[in-house]
Design a protein around this ligand. Structure first.
Ligand SMILES: *Cc1c(COP(=O)(O)O)cnc(C)c1O
Length: 399
């Protein structure tokens, strides 16, 4: 891809919502008032001392932060480098997603919203959203494709138990993109009292920046913990899987302007990049507009979004967030395509080597270690984005 503008030295979003050539807010006019209200207020709200106090307190006492930075000794010996695992799997609800939903529900409260709407594919973001709505006593409506409701029953049950209403999206392929359309429609029709919680660093500005700021706690803690353990804040590499890219954005955030830290993103290649069953966005995609932002996405010659595939539901997305598109385009980030098989092997391996069963999404990040040319002196932080309990039925097929 050709970079025609000045080289970027900063990876911060511009006030129009751009990261290099990517980002922005490409939205229907009907959505403009909602997004604009958020854009005008989010930075001031996040900066309020009372917001920060409540956010930090909930991250500590409800989510269980700081999450440990664990030195994985047996994995390190195997790989031939020093490998630390940032244990987001130990967060309440089992993954990093709750960092963002806590932040957004506090923003919604301060905007005077009474109802939360969200969409979910695998149900992980739906559960994290239903959890914070229960915590705050706000009404919660989760849109989910009818097909996904069938496939992800345990998460649907969790959402219902937490008091959320799960509404089936019956149009199109009855999966995530259809649920997204329904959630958007709901928001357009209820602009005054509803906040839409997006679950990754995707969507129109300011969502990618807002979500990245809430997930940035991951790298903030990593710096401090690594300083204590290794006498340096900066590792040689940070590795994370990328679906939309929120755990990666959080793990990278405080290292974006540290060029000595190499940023490694693992994308899901499914059955293989060239197989026609893949979600390896940077390997296969081209620039285009998806869900309100200009980014890199998988599409046909005439611009139709390609149906993605991955064994892991959380990486089964045809695009990536605009920050990641910019990291790829500028060369600041290095992207690896990891197949289902690679990920399964890495998931089984971590379970046996360290006694930690990772989410299938996370297993893609672990598999990337095998493709990086690491040396003994390298210090690597892997973002262990979530735990694998939800994936047991998939794993056990391959036992
Ligand atoms: C949802 C999910 C992901 C993918 O989402 P990102 O926004 O790319 O982080 C990764 N890991 C786990 C455990 C997830 O639940």
């Amino acid at each position: 891809m050709q970079t025609t503008l000045e080289p970027q030295t900063s990876f911060e979003v511009t006030n129009k919502g751009f990261y290099g050539h990517f980002g922005g807010a490409f939205i229907p006019e009907m959505l403009y008032p909602n997004v604009e209200e958020l854009r005008q207020n989010y930075l001031a709200i996040i900066a309020e001392p009372s917001f920060q106090a409540e956010f930090q307190n909930l991250l500590t006492d409800y989510v269980g932060r700081p999450t440990p930075l664990f030195l994985a000794k047996r994995l390190s010996a195997q790989v031939g480098a020093t490998i630390y695992l940032k244990r987001e799997d130990l967060c309440h609800t089992g993954a990093h997603k709750i960092n963002n939903t806590i932040g957004q529900i506090l923003v919604a409260q301060r905007l005077g919203k009474k109802r939360i709407v969200a969409e979910t594919g695998a149900g992980q973001h739906g559960v994290a959203t239903a959890t914070v709505c229960a915590l705050m006593g706000l009404e919660c409506i989760i849109y989910m494709g009818s097909v996904d409701i069938e496939r992800q029953k345990p998460n649907v049950d969790r959402m219902r138990m937490l008091g959320a209403e799960v509404r089936p999206a019956r149009s199109g392929s009855q999966t995530l993109k259809d649920a997204t359309n329904e959630a958007m429609r709901h928001w357009i029709n209820n602009p005054v009292d509803t906040h839409y919680i997006i679950g990754s660093v995707v969507g129109p500005h300011p969502y990618p920046d807002m979500v990245a700021r809430f997930q940035a706690v991951i790298s903030l803690e990593t710096r401090k913990q690594l300083l204590e353990k290794e006498g340096r804040e900066n590792p040689d590499y940070v590795v994370a899987c990328v679906g939309g890219g929120s755990n990666a954005a959080g793990a990278f955030y405080h290292y974006l302007n540290e060029p000595s830290v190499r940023l490694i993103a693992a994308e899901a290649a499914g059955h293989g990049v060239e197989s026609g069953h893949s979600a390896a966005t940077t390997a296969l995609g081209k620039p285009g507009v998806l869900h309100g932002s200009r980014t890199i996405l998988m599409q046909t010659e005439d611009g139709q979004v390609t149906e993605p595939y991955s064994i892991s539901a959380g990486l089964d997305y045809p695009g990536i967030g605009p920050l990641h598109a910019h990291l790829f385009d500028s060369g600041r980030g290095e992207f690896y395509s990891i197949t289902d098989d690679d990920a399964l092997k890495a998931g089984f391996n971590l379970s046996k080597q360290e006694g930690i069963i990772p989410a299938l999404e996370t297993a893609h990040a672990l598999a990337a270690l095998n493709y990086m040319s690491l040396t003994e002196s390298d210090v690597v932080v892997v973002c262990l984005s979530g735990r694998g309990d939800k994936d047991l039925s998939t794993y056990t097929k391959y036992l």
